[in-house]
Design a protein around this ligand. Structure first.
Ligand SMILES: Nc1nc2c(c(=O)[nH]1)N[C@H]1C(S)=C(S)[C@@H](COP(=O)(O)OP(=O)(O)OC[C@H]3O[C@@H](n4cnc5c(=O)[nH]c(N)nc54)[C@H](O)[C@@H]3O)O[C@H]1N2
Ligand SMILES: Nc1nc2c(c(=O)[nH]1)N[C@H]1C(S)=C(S)[C@@H](COP(=O)(O)OP(=O)(O)OC[C@H]3O[C@@H](n4cnc5c(=O)[nH]c(N)nc54)[C@H](O)[C@@H]3O)O[C@H]1N2
Ligand SMILES: [Mo]
Length: 715
């Protein structure tokens, strides 16, 4: 970080930093601009009666918010207070853990995160499938990788931390196989050894057909399956309807493409399969998608075996056992609080965030009256924007912690101005946690960790607070004692929760010590390496033999999953009911320079703060559109104006567009400055998953209306 007069100016890759292989991305490099941006809130604000915002001292804000919360809890009970923690709630190591500790102290189970509008199937499917008690092969020398609807060159998902291009190039130069399934020829697809370009929403069929080929042709790891897997007969029956021919017809590809992918994946040797947001959102069946992904890896035995060395046993997490055996499925997904709507309950993925607006709008006992929003932006990111706006307006108290007046903050009663990541200490805990989330999704290939002290101080005159301090200060005013937990409280070696001193405020470093208690490498040791370091275990962690008498098995034939598979066989396209009169499908994609609604700065967006609606040139021509033209995208629910651009890499019949841009309907005229909100087109209760509540968020039926008066984006 280059600093001039105490202000951050420029980020460059750390030449001595090995944790990210001297690599930075455009978003990381934009932090100095974000920190010093004119848009940044340097003081907390409060909404006045006429709807304008006035600054107030942060201590005043804590007093007033505590008072409101006390009234709400006294009148309606703690369940009336909810937390929503978004992507940037994860940015600062202490924020989300303190926010949840606050909720526990308050006695409210209403903790929502962006997980359940992302890929909720990842943790749910693991619960249904069981987990191998040693790491998967993952990034450790794969011979084949199957990428389904994921785009690492833009999102850094599906590949180890560092430069994704280097990783992919290296795989190619060593003759490894890269199979990509995406309706769009992405940067990743261009680096693939096999690219399949289906219509969206066909991933269940594609994966099921691949499994069928692998089973029919006997290409699976028979010894591994015999020793460690159950449910094979149910699986055989479940995938039976998915002949490559049927699926190929549905997905607009050839049966040979499916056979080839299946054979390559199963016979290459080591490897992993990973799915991204595309399939999860494009089917509203994230759990089944992820279950089939796990099943593919399990059938191929893509796990470390007894005697193999664990390349990354985690660093800031406790040492996990590495034993060549299956920890069986945990039946019963209802592990969280029941919702009052649609019979939904909390699952291993958390509470169903797509039900949060309904919970706010449905009157009766248990109704949510107050929402604290940490580093998230519901108005931009939640499906069904119109209902989300209605819900935000209906709250007695909406508090956001945000660095700017986001679309959601513009509806809040209070907006708390926080410090930013380079102004607070942090540690690479999240990266370790990702190891346990899903094979190959995110993380370090090797055991690495980094601690960073604050590198800049907040701008002069600013009244900004660390996010965790907000929760601590409000708890203190409510007379609550916060019990702070280690990040891996479920681990056998975890230290017990620590009751915080509510008189003398702890320091951030003290809290980090509590959070990381019991980690394989102590924080004090990590701190001794200012550039971060690799911490290979000494002696090496070697996978142990299966325990005598152990009979845990991975389940590939879960009854719920097989029932969902039957439904998918009968009905190839769940969105068809919504498609009458809406011949196109709008699919999601991400943009390099932003993270959802964050990082959209002059320094990164090259003069284009809006999000293009990309279309195949043939579809553009059919509508008479040329690049830069404005047209209206309509769904059965609502409509948005958008700037169109052609993309020959996209399959015909689709619009590919990034979410989390734009504002409320009354702000549509500002489209060229803020973009267009795709999620206004979505509905929550038409097509949704029964486990996570996640609705269709991609592959959504739409049509385009070209206005009579032509309009184009300014150049
Ligand atoms: N149609 C469609 N919808 C989607 C998706 C999609 O692909 N398609 N993706 C979904 C996914 S995967 C996700 S994760 C969600 C994202 O959902 P959210 O997490 O709710 O949305 P973000 O835009 O990431 O919100 C981040 C907010 O944090 C603020 N912020 C930035 N830095 C800081 C900071 O340091 N501290 C604090 N306190 N705030 C900060 C930003 O200004 C912004 O308001 O959206 C989901 N919605
Ligand atoms: N630069 C950047 N990086 C990010 C983010 C960002 O906004 N910008 N967001 C972060 C977040 S919150 C997340 S969750 C991750 C997500 O990371 P990814 O999952 O990699 O996200 P996307 O780039 O949206 O990739 C989804 C891909 O699925 C394809 N797709 C769409 N519909 C379908 C379908 O039905 N089937 C298949 N097979 N493919 C389909 C799209 O064309 C797209 O290429 O990225 C994170 N990283
Ligand atoms: Mo996400």
């Amino acid at each position: 970080m280059e600093i001039e007069d105490g202000r951050p100016v420029k980020v460059r890759a750390d030449p001595d930093g090995i944790t990210h292989n001297r690599y930075t991305c455009v978003k990381g490099r934009s932090f100095p601009h974000m920190i010093t941006s004119d848009r940044r809130l340097l003081r907390s604000v409060k909404r006045s009666a006429d709807g304008t915002y006035v600054a107030l001292e942060s201590t005043e804000a804590f007093d007033e918010i505590a008072q409101h919360l006390r009234q709400i809890v006294d009148k309606y009970g703690p369940r009336a207070v909810a937390l929503y923690s978004g992507t940037k709630g994860q940015q600062n190591t202490l924020s989300h853990p303190m926010a949840t500790a606050f909720m526990r102290a308050l006695g409210s189970p209403m903790i929502f995160t962006s997980n359940t509008i992302d890929q909720p199937g990842k943790p749910i499917a693991r619960a249904l499938h069981g987990t191998w008690m040693a790491p998967p092969q993952g990034y450790d020398d794969p011979d084949v990788v199957l990428f389904v609807g994921i785009n690492p060159l833009v999102t850094y998902s599906g590949v180890p931390n560092g430069n994704p291009n280097t990783y992919l190039k290296e795989l190619r130069s060593r003759g490894k196989e890269i199979i990509v399934i995406d309706p769009r020829r992405t940067g990743l697809a261009k680096r693939a050894t096999q690219f399949i370009q289906p219509t969206p929403g066909q991933d269940i069929g594609l994966l099921a057909a691949m499994i069928r080929v692998i089973l029919d042709e006997g290409l699976f790891d028979k010894t591994f399956v015999q020793d460690n897997v159950q449910g094979l007969d149910s699986l055989r029956e479940g995938v039976q309807p998915f002949s490559p021919e049927l699926v190929a017809t549905r997905a607009g590809i050839t049966a040979d493409e499916i056979r080839r992918a299946a054979r390559t994946f199963a016979t290459a040797g080591r490897g992993y399969a990973v799915a991204g947001t595309g399939p999860s959102m494009g089917t509203a069946q994230s759990t089944l998608i992820e279950y089939l992904i796990l099943t593919l890896d399990t059938l191929c035995g893509h796990y470390l075996r007894a005697g193999e060395t664990v390349r990354n046993p985690g660093t800031l997490i406790p040492t996990l056992p590495a034993i060549a055996q299956a920890s069986p499925a945990k039946p019963g997904l209802a592990v969280g609080a029941p919702m009052r709507v649609r019979g939904l309950v909390g699952t291993p993925a958390g509470l169903p965030t797509a039900a949060l607006p309904e919970e706010i709008l449905t009157s009766g006992e248990g109704q949510i009256r107050a929402l604290i929003c940490l580093g998230g932006n519901p108005v931009s990111a939640f499906p069904d924007q119109l209902e989300t706006i209605e819900a935000m307006k209906a709250l007695d108290l909406l508090v956001t912690l945000d660095i700017e007046m986001s679309a959601t903050s513009q509806l809040a009663h209070y907006v708390i101005a926080p410090t930013m990541n380079l102004e607070v200490p942090g540690a690479s805990l999240l990266t370790d946690a990702m190891l346990m989330f899903a094979t190959g999704y995110k993380g370090f290939a090797d055991a690495a960790a980094r601690y960073s002290p604050p590198v800049v101080t907040p701008p002069e005159g600013a009244d900004v607070v660390e996010e965790w301090e907000f929760f601590y200060e409000v708890a203190r005013r409510l007379g609550l004692t916060v019990s702070f937990q280690g990040a891996f409280s479920f681990s056998k070696t975890a230290a017990p929760p620590v009751e915080l001193n509510m008189v003398t405020k702890p320091t951030a470093d003290e809290l980090l010590e509590i959070l990381l208690a019991g980690s394989r490498i102590p924080l004090s040791e990590v701190k001794r390496h200012p550039h971060g370091a690799l911490f290979p275990p000494d002696p090496p962690v070697v996978v142990q033999e299966k325990e005598r008498g152990w009979n845990g098995r991975l389940d590939v034939g879960n009854a719920d999953m097989m029932a969902d598979l039957r439904l998918a066989a009968e009905k190839d396209d769940l969105a068809v009911a919504l498609a009458d009169g809406f011949p196109l499908r709008l699919i999601s994609r991400r943009l390099n320079h932003v993270v959802n609604s964050s990082h959209n700065l002059e320094a990164t967006n090259r003069g284009r703060p809006y999000n293009f609606a990309y279309m195949n040139p043939k579809d553009m021509a059919a509508l008479g559109l040329t690049d830069g033209d404005v047209a209206i995208i309509e769904s059965a629910r609502s409509n948005i104006p958008a700037v169109f651009a052609s993309d020959e890499n996209l399959r015909a019949g689709l619009i590919s567009m990034a979410h989390s841009f734009g504002g409320r309907p009354d702000q549509d005229a500002q489209m060229f400055d803020i973009g267009s909100p795709t999620n206004r087109l979505l509905t929550i209760t038409d097509v949704w998953e029964r486990y996570s509540g996640q609705p269709l968020m991609s592959n959504f039926p739409v049509r385009v209306r070209v206005p009579e008066t032509r309009r184009s984006a300014p150049n």
